[in-house]
Design a protein. Structure first.
Lengths: 185, 104
């Protein structure tokens, strides 16, 4: 309970909120929000700034980018002007968005997430830990960067080419001069 | 349930304005204004001027406190700053450095 925070409907925060634990916003926040837990922007809540969290649910208004390390979910009635990026992005029927959407990063498999709390240190290292955890070999192979496997482009020896023979104009110098003179007269 | 809670582990840098009860258990730097009660929890560190209907301090506060009703420093609380209030109590075990104005 002590880890969760609430910005009530009658409250305005001008500045940045940062830390751990979950945060529910029913009031107004003019500044960036960053937590390691969940952020809920409730109905009537408004955020003017970027939001970074593990999971972000929006039923209110946000003007700024939403970055979730797990998920970004826009519920019915949400109004978002900004970019969304998370492994899982959900936009419900009736939610309004203006911005680009990117589903990036590997969504944590259920088994891995279940093992998370046991391995997690007490400090706020939850996000990096999830990514460096030892994975089953099949998964690690999939997540290896693909660039290394890309074959080097074979070097082609340019065949010796000669420029095409010059094309001579059909009209000689004299002919052109004559023509011009004719027109002048 | 209080209207606004800044939980333990959360830091706010900036101004908070509210017309409902505000409970700070985390850290705050800036300014806190409420037309209702304000309470600063035992684990919190606050560097801000605080204005509220009544203000209760159990954590560490640096800043001036203004309350039309009352200001209470609980045991274990620590306040460095001036207090302007109609009623003012300092519990046994609390520390306080500053001036008091009770509008006599």
């Amino acid at each position: 309970m002590s880890q969760s925070s609430i910005i009530g409907a009658g409250t305005v925060v001008r500045g940045n909120l940062e830390g751990e634990g979950s945060l529910e916003i029913y009031g107004r926040v003019e500044g960036d929000v960053s937590t390691t837990g969940e952020v809920l922007v409730g109905e009537g809540g408004a955020v003017l700034g970027d939001v970074t969290a593990a999971k972000i649910s929006v039923s209110g208004a946000v003007q700024g980018d939403l970055r979730g390390s797990e998920a970004v979910l826009l519920e019915r009635g949400a109004k978002v002007v900004g970019d969304l990026s998370a492994p899982r992005v959900g936009i419900a029927n009736g939610a309004l968005v203006r911005g680009s959407v990117r589903t990036e990063g590997e969504p944590a498999p259920a088994a891995k997430r279940a093992a998370g709390p046991g391995l997690k240190p007490a400090t706020f290292a939850a996000k990096p830990v999830a990514k460096t955890e030892p994975k089953p070999p099949a998964l690690s192979r999939v997540s290896e960067p693909l660039e290394a496997a890309a074959p080097a482009r074979p070097k082609e020896k340019a065949p010796e080419r000669r420029p095409p023979p010059p094309v001579l104009p059909s009209l000689g110098k004299g002919a052109k001069g004559k023509k011009k003179k004719d027109r002048d007269e | 349930m209080a209207g606004t809670v800044i939980g333990e582990g959360l830091s706010v840098e900036g101004d908070i304005t509210s017309d409902e009860e505000v409970v700070v258990q985390g850290n705050l730097r800036g300014k806190l204004t409420s037309s209702d009660a304000v309470s600063i929890g035992p684990s919190s560190v606050v560097q801000a001027d605080i204005a509220g209907q009544s203000v209760s301090i159990a954590g560490q506060v640096t800043g001036d406190i203004t309350a039309p009703e009352r200001v209470d420093i609980q045991a274990g609380g620590r306040l460095v700053g001036d207090v302007k209030a109609a009623r003012f109590t300092i519990a046994d075990g609390a520390s306080f450095k500053g001036a008091v104005d009770m509008e006599v």
